[in-house]
Unconditional design. Sequence first.
Length: 99
Amino acid sequence: MSRRFRVGRLAVALRWPIVAFWVVAAVATTVLLPSIEESQNGALGDLVPNDAAAIDAELRSATLFGFPLLSRTIVVQRDPDGLPVAAQAATVRRALQIN
């Protein structure tokens, strides 16, 4: 008896337990997991204090430009062995130019 034949027989023999499992999984998911509205409460925005300057900057940009600019976006340059001095200097120069 080939392996595919045995797997097929097993799938047919377990068809009702498989269907029952998926029904139970769907019901459990519906009952136990939070709804979309409930899951929005624990968003990443909760990690930033409400009085943070970044939030004020976003609100001000929405007023000035009609849409918020993401002032909380950060770009990280990383090297596990340490950044070369030239890369560090370039980063400092860029930061000074931006400010």
